[in-house]
Design a protein around this ligand. Structure first.
Ligand SMILES: C[C@](O)(CO)[C@H](O)COP(=O)(O)OP(=O)(O)OC[C@H]1O[C@@H](n2ccc(N)nc2=O)[C@H](O)[C@@H]1O
Ligand SMILES: Nc1ncnc2c1ncn2[C@@H]1O[C@H](COP(=O)(O)OP(=O)(O)OP(=O)(O)O)[C@@H](O)[C@H]1O
Length: 269
């Protein structure tokens, strides 16, 4: 069985407050985008894990795909499998690629082994793997609060817009990014802003991580400025960085502008 875990972008991100458990309450819009890994499982006599594409800098047992498999193994009967991950979503990017792999592994095993685990339970399991993970169980645009695990529907579609996603050759550490933000409740709800036309977002929609990440990694803010210069209606860093996305009305051909960067351009479904 095969599946294609996709990335997400964050449309706005407010770090609202620090929690007693060390995590932060946030408000963000998660939006799935069609930048994809490939994840395959095949029944086997003994377990194996192989990985191609962008090399993940973690040993097999620390790979989030295997963490997800082991989490289910601790609760359910899971047969021996050959697992293969083809990594195409850059990491350290704010694109949630590792979390997507884990969430899709939970869903894949749920189907393959006919475990009949509910969506609610899958989201609970996913949240024990990573803060971005539960979103990928439902994988539709949502307004998220809590640690990013409480979801509300949002009236928003970017269908037909062209996305240009750029990740420079720097990786931002998520814990460090959170540590450098001063939490503050937003004055206007992000959900309200997101339901306004995309052309209003530039003035209203903020990613709180940009304030501390941009001075440390000026290349990220330069990319954002370039996307606006090229006609983006809205541009922002995604999550805690280092990727930046621009939303355009027309097809873009900006790859040549960003040498040494990962660039993905395409129309949103
Ligand atoms: C920045 C975002 O990508 C926005 O979607 C997420 O909030 C981060 O999600 P993630 O990478 O899945 O995060 P995790 O792997 O669970 O956590 C990494 C670290 O980020 C910090 N963290 C994460 C999520 C959150 N709501 N508050 C936090 O303070 C914690 O220090 C945590 O130890
Ligand atoms: N399947 C996986 N894909 C990517 N990274 C993985 C995977 N499994 C484990 N990791 C580890 O997680 C780290 C990347 O996590 P990180 O949270 O920075 O990346 P991300 O996928 O871009 O997500 P985020 O949106 O949270 O930034 C890698 O350095 C790697 O060690």
């Amino acid at each position: 069985m095969i599946c294609f875990p996709n990335a997400k972008i964050n449309l706005g991100l407010n770090v609202v407050s620090k929690r007693p458990d060390g995590y932060h309450n946030i408000e963000t819009i998660f939006y799935p985008v069609p930048v994809k890994d490939a994840l395959e499982i095949v029944g086997a006599d003994s377990f194996s894990f192989t990985q191609t594409g962008i090399p993940v800098d973690a040993p097999a047992e620390k790979n989030l795909v295997i963490k997800a498999m082991n989490l289910l193994k601790s609760r359910y009967e899971i047969p021996e499998l050959n697992v293969h991950l083809l990594k195409a979503i850059p990491f350290g990017a704010g694109l949630g690629g590792g979390s997507a792999d884990a969430a899709f592994m939970l869903k894949l095993l749920n189907d393959y082994c006919k475990l009949d685990i509910s969506q609610e339970e899958l989201e609970k399991l996913a949240s024990s793997i990573g803060a971005d993970c539960p979103f990928f169980i439902r994988n539709t645009p949502v307004f998220a609060s809590g640690t990013g695990n409480i979801f509300e529907p949002v009236k928003l579609s970017l269908k037909g817009y062209h996305l240009c996603l750029v990740k420079p050759d720097v990786a931002v550490s998520t814990p460090e990014a959170y540590a450098n933000v001063t939490p503050q409740a937003p004055h206007v709800s992000l959900k309200e802003i997101a339901e306004k036309p995309v052309t209003d977002w530039k003035e209203l929609m903020i990613n709180d991580f940009e304030k501390s990440v941009f001075p440390k990694y000026p290349v990220i803010s330069e990319i954002k400025e370039m996307l606006y210069r090229e006609g983006a209606l809205y541009a922002s860093m995604s999550g805690s960085g280092s990727s930046v996305f621009g939303l355009f009305r027309e097809a873009t051909g900006l790859k040549g502008l960003f040498p040494d960067c990962f660039v993905w351009e395409g129309q949103l479904p």
